[in-house]
Design a protein around this ligand. Sequence first.
Ligand code: CA
Length: 226
Amino acid sequence: MKAKILIVEDEPAIADAIQYALETEGFDTIRRSSGSEVPFLLAKESIRLILLDIGLPDISGLELCKHIRKTHDTPIIFLTARTEEIDRVVGLEIGADDYITKPFSPRELTARVKAVLRRTEHFHADAPANPDFQVNESKCRITYCGRDLDLSRYEYRILQTFLSRPGHVFTRNQLMDLAWEEPEASMDRTVDAHIKNIRAKLKAIRPDLDPILTHRGVGYSLKEGL
Ligand code: CA
């Protein structure tokens, strides 16, 4: 099956050139000229990599990348016209995999795309990230060791975020950001209190395991392959 690449670029001439170069190399492409539909597309389509323009008409590519990273590991290569942005772009804070400065040649573009695809291949092994957990995204439910967890929306989002990147350490701020989209998550409670609740619910099912690791002064992660 051809790898599907999402091109998010508002300049038609550049998007045309990218699409032509990638399709010539045997990739499938989807094009969008703004960022608004990207989260929806990621949920619906199996997208292997995103080429993301930083200067989009509706949202900054940097903001969109941060938003995507809360739920998806899809590799992202930024397209940027401004070299001074680069330091921020590839930093851990934003979570992009690479960047290409405009103008670029089709050969340079496809070489970068292939390099990132090779580097990130392991994300796409079919084995579940953590076999003890099963996520049903359409129902917002997670089962643990075969039992349904009774989670609040915010607890669900935290656990789903951990499961999207096992082993990755999430800071309290990153976890707090998830609450923005959940108005009912009360802001007077700390992330630690929510983690404590999730742990108690997991422990009720498997008292001998604690799949969530605390990284003192930093944040939390999910243990890889229990
Ligand atoms: Ca642009």
